[in-house]
Design a protein around this ligand. Sequence first.
Ligand SMILES: [Zn+2]
Length: 116
Amino acid sequence: MGKLRSLTTTLRKHEPVQRRVVPSASDQRLAGRALQARRLKLWTANPYCRGCGQLTVYPHGFELDHIVRLDEGGADTEAAVQVLCVWFDELGQKHGCHAAKTAEEVREGARKSKYE
Ligand SMILES: [Zn+2]
């Protein structure tokens, strides 16, 4: 009996510690099917790029862009995202309005962290 008890105690020690995980803004993004459904819905409503106005191709010719970035307090709702064109060159590099906006935000972020 004493032996069993000590074994139970040992096992208990190895139970994983329950951590409270606070989801970050990026974890709260839609993923999987819900995201695909949103993409189709918004693209069907208006398939033109909000950046350059060109007609985008479903499903790989556009991405949903958060007008206000999630990490800057933007909401992850249909009203808060827009269709922006993307295309990939033969090297797999992303181009188009969404790639340009993301690059701009990265530069902006670098500038901010330098001067704030
Ligand atoms: Zn565009």
